[in-house]
Design a protein around this ligand. Structure first.
Ligand code: PEP
Length: 278
């Protein structure tokens, strides 16, 4: 007889007892690592094509790997890079989008334009956009909702500044960013969270594995009620991830991959980070 708790879970046959039992929760919640490269405002067409073709070739040649790999070039490179990696397992993403489908928004790019270019992902609310363009949590949530509607996976970035961490506010800042930036309808299939302490981005400083573990556990707990399936949502770490520290960071509990800036611009470094995933 199935207990109330077991209802809704998938049943499988226990080969030892030959009884039908609920699937192991941990196995159901297994999260495949995502290694995402944020190229920011770097590289011209030839550079982007070289880098993306190199990575696509390595990924194709590697066969079965323990990670998904994504590159997020600047807007003008989306179409050529998308064409170059089409048919390979390397995924394409953008670094931002507008919340509207079309219209009088000079300089902006809609989610539908991104899917048209072959994108599957879009980074939203990166701290550089929050700082340079004064993007609020509400704007990030609107953009994420529009991205979902267009079929894109939104990588929503959160993270505290050094002053906020020093003041003991890291957890409350991140909780408030999650609350404000995750739209209705978010699921593990359409949303990835990237924890990026602002003080670690492009600085060579990284959070310690213990701090990352504590923050990712906090984020996982905060996802309850904000996403349909909080245990299945991937939570990436970002902030000066390099080949030398990747294995240690990727082994931390609740770290489901990395969002990488500087080291994503060199195929050898980015590949070394990805292959450090076990
Ligand atoms: C980023 O831009 O998201 C980032 C983490 O940059 P870096 O890896 O250079 O710190």
């Amino acid at each position: 007889m199935r207990s109330l708790l077991d209802r809704g879970r998938t049943l499988k046959t226990n080969t030892r007892t030959n009884k039908r039992e609920p699937e192991d929760d941990n196995a159901m919640a297994a999260r495949r690592k995502l290694i995402a490269g944020n190229w920011k405002m770097n590289g011209l067409k030839a550079d982007g094509l070289d880098l993306a073709s190199d990575l696509a070739g390595r990924l194709t040649g590697a066969g079965t790997v323990a990670f998904d790999m994504l590159v997020c070039p600047p807007f003008p490179l989306l179409f050529p890079v998308g064409d170059a990696i089409s048919g390979s397992p390397l995924a394409l993403g953008a670094q931002d989008c507008h919340a509207k489908t079309s219209g009088a928004h000079t300089g902006d790019v809609s989610p539908a334009m991104l899917t048209d270019a072959g994108c599957r992902y879009v980074i939203l609310g990166h701290s550089e956009r929050r700082a340079d363009h004064a993007e609020s949590d509400a704007q990030v949530a609107h953009k994420a909702a529009a991205a979902h509607k267009a079929g894109l996976i939104a990588i929503i970035c959160v993270g505290e500044t050094e002053a906020q961490r020093d003041a003991g506010q890291a957890n409350s800042v991140v909780a408030s960013q999650l609350k404000g930036s995750i739209p209705e309808g978010a699921t593990a299939a359409n949303t990835v969270i990237a924890y990026e302490p602002v003080w670690a981005i492009g600085t060579g400083k990284t959070a310690t594995p213990d701090d990352v573990k504590a923050m990712h556990a906090h984020i996982r707990a905060e996802l309850a009620g904000k996403t349909a399936d909080p245990d299945a949502v991937r939570v990436l770490y970002g902030g000066s991830v390099k080949p030398g520290n990747a294995a240690e960071l990727m082994a931390v509990e609740n770290v489901d991959g990395a969002l990488v800036g500087g080291a994503a611009l060199k195929a050898d470094d980015f590949w070394a980070i990805a292959t450090s995933c076990r």
